[in-house]
Write a protein that binds this ligand. Sequence first.
Ligand SMILES: [Zn+2]
Ligand SMILES: [Zn+2]
Length: 428
Amino acid sequence: MFLRRNAIPVVKGTKDIFTPEIELIDHINRTADEKYRQYGYKKIETPIMEYTDLFARSIGTYTDIVQKEMFTFSDRKDRSITLRPEGTAGVVRAYLENNFSFNPGITKVHYNGPMFRAERPQKGRLREFHQFGCEAIGSMNVLLDVEIIELHINLLHKLKLKDFTLLINSVGDKNCRKEYTALLDKFLRKNKSKLCENCRSRADTNPLRVFDCKNPTCQEIYNDAPLLTDHLCDECAGHFEKLQSWLKLKTIPFSINKKLVRGFDYYTKTVFEIQSTLLGAQNALLGGGRYDYLIELLGGKPTPAVGTAVGIERLMIALKEQNIPFKPDHKAQVYICTAGNFDEKIVIRLMDHVREHGYIPFYSYEAKSLKAQLKEADKLNCSFSLILGEEEMKKDQIVLRSLEKGSQENIDLNDFKKNISDYLKVKN
Ligand SMILES: [Zn+2]
Ligand SMILES: [Zn+2]
């Protein structure tokens, strides 16, 4: 940090994003937008702030997010407002408020934006982080679960990511969860003295979440715990069976992780996660599942739905760990250097011409030596420099220098203008 005295730093757990990182983010977002379009999703933007009740009611009062991790404040009329910790609740609120349910067929939307959680900042986990995701609202058909999983696997392939695995599970519905919760409750009470403090309090408030505990002693104990997947009712078991046979039919490799429950109360039936082996403890790249009760919970008529959220920061770490080269696919950048005295009109006309043909011109704007200008061109990652020299200009010539090859040649200015795309070819 190079902060001067009296300067104000960025808020803890947040960061500025700029070049070259932002180009990779843009690339990820463009690729995702394109994938969502292919699968019929329309983009939606919901506000970053919502009334706190929305998250308390949807995510669940006894979750870590709602209890400890939300940025909540009162507005001037003393209404409780929260910066969104995730995207689904806002989308569902918008679905109800704008009557999307009157649209024919399924409502398919995708979103992208910053989310906020007051967690301890660590690698791949900031207090302001970015997610994109999608929701398909209005059908119980398992094909939508399969389609959403397939879409995101295709997206990871498109981003050239390797080494990831798909984990699936079923968390049942009201029907089977009731019977199972009694079994789990009995098991947890029997083992309570051996559990960590966190798990002991979860056992009382949100027993399904105990499986998220990273404590090895707890995990050892849970190896013998009854698992919901083994106690599904016929309908949920059928849905889970169909999910697996469709994934097999589509040759999408997966493994079942019976302890996968995901962090939110609102999931029903299908839950899934795609994990990268290279991310360490925070290894989930994306996660999602079905939430058949959420719309009713937020005041709508019973409507089944399924969705996914993808962590952009996690995705970037995984791409970097795998050394996947990324080259922004824009056209060549050209630095226009001047040597000697110049009428800037010549420079400006040349910049206009370069820009009109889709290339990106740079210029020093300040008087600098040729050496300094070339250095700047290099720093800006320009592929070419066009040098306007007093002597050459008398012969209507300019010098074209390839910064990649380090070679240069004198060329006719008019010929350059006419055949600009031949001269500014970049090897990829
Ligand atoms: Zn524990
Ligand atoms: Zn069930």
